[in-house]
Ligand binder design. Structure first.
Ligand SMILES: Nc1ncnc2c1ncn2[C@@H]1O[C@H](COP(=O)(O)OP(=O)(O)OP(=O)(O)O)[C@@H](O)[C@H]1O
Ligand SMILES: [Mg+2]
Length: 250
């Protein structure tokens, strides 16, 4: 089966000396809904930055649908849609323009981009906001706008770095439905989240990263089976217990 992503022994040492990734290997088959979980500072955003060409790696290799990101960076990037952790659009711009402008980076003509952007904004429940200035949107609306923008060039691989942070329960559920329809259309998704019940509901595969190293990687069933059966007292679900056992510093 074709793989959407193959990460091989990737290391990252930042200028200050922090070893953010200490040899990470990861494979995501095409069509998968994959969750990358880990505590704050584990290295998730760093790994995503490397995959999307925003961060230079120190060692290792990455390929996206068989394309090496070092050899053909633009081609690899054109296959990826990124909804980053930080809200990073121009707050003075209107949602429709934000999404249409993004299309320009991929050489998509306006005549194609405008109807496509309108459709995406409507699908994400932002149709009536497309002429509202960006900073007037609520936090949840900003997140949805970032997803619309990430999809404008019809990427085969969508990377979402904490897309539901600060999003209320109802909206989060509608985002889950939306992401599920995307995977049904064949889009591969890599999601990071601190809401473990969200990962448990959506993802077929999970990797847990801690201090720059993958500490568990497998199907959701495999990961849940790591549970030793004893209630941890954390009061969360099974995935939360496993997560805490693998990442707890105490
Ligand atoms: N630009 C940078 N320069 C130096 N160190 C960095 C930089 N970006 C991240 N780091 C460090 O690399 C490590 C991993 O950070 P990263 O942002 O990848 O974690 P994360 O898993 O995404 O965390 P969170 O869940 O909080 O978003 C941390 O120790 C962080 O301080
Ligand atoms: Mg992060």
């Amino acid at each position: 089966m074709e793989n959407a992503l193959v990460v091989t022994d990737v290391k990252k040492r930042y200028a200050g000396g922090t070893e953010a990734l200490k040899g990470v290997s990861l494979t995501i088959p095409k069509g998968e809904f994959f969750a990358l979980l880990g505590p704050n500072g584990a290295g998730k955003t760093t790994l995503i930055g490397i995959i999307t060409g925003l961060v230079t790696k120190t060692e290792g290799s990455v390929s996206v649908f068989g394309i090496d990101i070092d050899k053909e960076p633009e081609r690899a990037r054109s296959l990826i849609g990124l909804c980053g952790q930080e809200i990073n659009f121009d707050p003075w711009m209107k949602p429709l323009d934000i999404v249409v402008n993004q299309a320009g980076y991929y050489g998509i003509p306006r005549s194609v981009a405008v109807p496509r952007a309108k459709r995406l904004l409507a699908d994400l429940g932002l149709a009536d906001k497309s002429d509202q200035i960006g900073f007037k949107l609520s936090g949840g609306m900003k997140r949805r706008l970032m997803i619309a923008r990430a999809l404008i060039h019809q990427p085969k691989f969508l990377i979402l770095d904490e897309p539901t942070a600060g999003v209320d329960v109802e909206l989060r559920r509608s985002m889950w439905d939306y992401l599920t329809t995307l995977t049904k259309e064949g889009i591969t998704i890599l999601l990071t989240t601190h809401y473990l019940e969200e990962a448990e509901r959506l993802a077929k595969h999970v990797a847990i990263i801690n201090k720059g190293q993958i500490v568990a990687n497998g199907s959701m069933e495999d990961i849940l089976a790591l549970h030793d059966g004893t209630a941890s007292g954390y009061g969360g679900g099974k995935l939360e217990d496993v997560f805490m056992q693998l990442t707890s510093t105490t």
